[in-house]
Design a protein around this ligand. Structure first.
Ligand code: NAD
Length: 489
């Protein structure tokens, strides 16, 4: 019912220099609809020659693109936002059929992307520097921000629309040109974004998409000498590998990686609100979310009540037609991810975890799973599952909860539910994460906030102001006035 209508899958080529470009090696790979693994599209299986072409196109476009006036970049981004509003449904359809998004999640992604484009449109006119006092007499001293050149953006499968727009809109707003390598599960979405920018009037070569297997062609992109900065969203393993390549070449990078985000529920919390936040924070897009509340720490006095309520909420979530607004659950993206989720659940159950809800698969869909009695001997205690699976842990004091929350190599997001302001603020300052939400789910984002994590969750932050720092370089300019200049005194 959600499968694409056509029996001949659409063919996807790279988008380079403002045009569709066939892969140099003439090979294509299957882009599958995760609902049933039917072939949704056949996508260019790029090689190093394709990457070279894309980077060269971006590099050639850069000198003219950086000279566009601020008002012109503002207008281009505003136009892109308007076109995305116009074509909202088309993007929603791709997000449903290409990566198995329930319609509510797909709509949220598109709305976020519109907001991000608008926020980025407000940036070009405020790319300012400073006039500074100088230690030398009669010397003017100025700081200017300059674009970097070609920026490479590597995007994941789970929120491909949010991420490709988040990475590229600010890069373009700052006068850089961009090469996107999308997840092999979401090539069509990125190509549709390329069309959007093209129709909005972005010059050829300013936004390029190279398709293929990141594990095969990623290094050719991130290690290309003309790529001045890499912005990556994905797993910590790949992020570390990219950081090594960038470090060797002394180039900038921003890494948005995985998480094992805690949600703390104190016994004075609004219980119904906390259960709703736990269910949303854990099961949004089948738990394939970096900020998912995969560890829920509950004060002992309400542990049983909360566990039963969350297990009930989990059991009540609906799978089914992804285009039905009542559907919360879709399929797990790929065979690799399905077996990872299964292995994590089976390993926990075999080692003594109690399954309060879910725990099994129907086809490619995993039932929302709530576990308790989870110990460090179980793989999912520390590792990111990236599926609809959470673990409940009881605690007695807030101090204990904070120590448990911080017992992770990750540090992306966290949340606490409490009606005590002191507990809330102690948690906000005591949790080692990039983001903390009080009486709200751990899963939340806005275009202009400093979004990102610490530890294995990443390096750097995304968001309009943070991107301004990440995507421009300071230049210091001084002007020595002649001491006999007219007006000198
Ligand atoms: P992944 O790391 O497997 O892949 C991400 C991207 O990296 C893909 O485009 C892939 O092709 C590419 N890639 C693979 N090897 C590469 C290499 N050597 N060089 C360059 N690129 C390479 O991640 P995924 O499965 O697509 O996404 C899930 C992960 O992303 C989870 O860990 C999740 O937590 C994380 N994530 C983080 C955020 C965040 O903002 N912090 C947001 C969404 C997802």
């Amino acid at each position: 019912m959600n499968a694409p209508q056509s029996t001949t899958p659409i063919k996807l080529d790279h988008w380079i220099g403002g045009a569709a470009v066939a892969p140099a090696g003439s090979n294509y790979f299957d882009d599958l609809n995760p609902l049933d693994d039917s072939v949704y599209a056949r996508a260019a299986d790029g090689n190093a020659a394709d990457v070279e072409r894309a980077v060269q196109a971006a590099a050639q476009a850069f000198p003219a693109f950086r000279k566009l006036l601020a008002k012109d970049r503002e207008a281009l981004l505003q136009k892109a936002a308007a076109l995305l509003e116009r074509d909202r449904q088309e993007f929603i359809d791709i997000l449903i059929d290409e990566v198995g998004s329930p319609v509510m999640k797909a709509g949220f992604e598109v709305q976020f992307a519109i907001g991000m484009l608008r926020a980025a449109a407000g940036v070009p006119r405020r790319i300012t520097g400073q006039t500074l006092p100088s230690d030398s007499a009669d010397r003017w001293s100025l700081s200017l921000r300059e674009p970097l050149g070609v920026i490479a953006g590597i995007t994941p499968f789970n929120v491909p629309m949010i991420k490709v727009i988040k990475q590229s809109a600010m890069a373009l707003a700052c006068g850089n040109t961009f090469v996107n390598l999308p997840s092999e599960h979401a090539p069509r979405l990125s190509l549709r974004v390329a069309q959007l920018y093209h129709e909005a009037g972005f010059p050829a070569g300013s936004f390029n998409v190279v398709l293929g297997n990141g594990a095969v062609i990623g290094d050719a992109l991130t290690g290309h000498p003309l790529v001045k900065s890499v912005t990556f969203t994905g797993s910590s393993v790949v992020g570390r590998h990219i950081a090594e390549i960038c470090a060797k070449q002394l180039k900038k990078f921003t890494l948005e990686l995985g998480g094992k985000s805690p949600l703390i529920v104190m016994d004075d919390a609004d219980l119904a609100g906390a259960v709703r936040a736990a269910a949303m924070g854990t099961f949004f897009y089948q738990g394939q979310a970096c900020m998912a509340s995969s560890r829920i720490l509950v004060q002992r006095g309400i542990f049983e009540r909360f566990s039963q309520a969350l297990a009930g909420a989990a059991a009540g979530l609906k799978g089914g037609d992804l285009r039905d607004p009542g559907t919360t659950l879709g399929p797990i993206i790929s065979g690799r991810q399905r077996s990872r989720v299964k292995t994590h659940i089976e390993d926990a159950a075999a080692k003594g975890a109690r399954v309060l809800a879910g725990g099994s698969f129907t086809g490619f869909q995993c039932a929302p799973t709530v576990l308790t009695d989870v110990t460090p001997a179980m793989t999912l205690f520390y590792e990111e599952t990236f599926g609809p699976v959470t673990s409940l842990y009881p605690f007695d004091t807030l101090e204990e909860a904070l120590a448990m929350a911080n017992d992770t190599p990750y540090g992306l997001s966290a949340a606490i539910y409490t009606s005590n302001i002191n507990s809330a603020l102690q948690a906000a300052s005591g949790i080692h994460t990039g983001m903390v939400h009080i009486n709200a789910p751990s899963l939340y984002d806005e275009p202009h906030v400093p979004f990102g994590g610490v530890g294995q969750s990443g390096v750097g932050r995304e968001g309009t102001d943070c991107d301004l720092d990440a995507m421009t370089e300071w230049k210091w300019v001084t002007i020595q006035l002649p001491t006999d200049a007219p007006g000198h005194h």
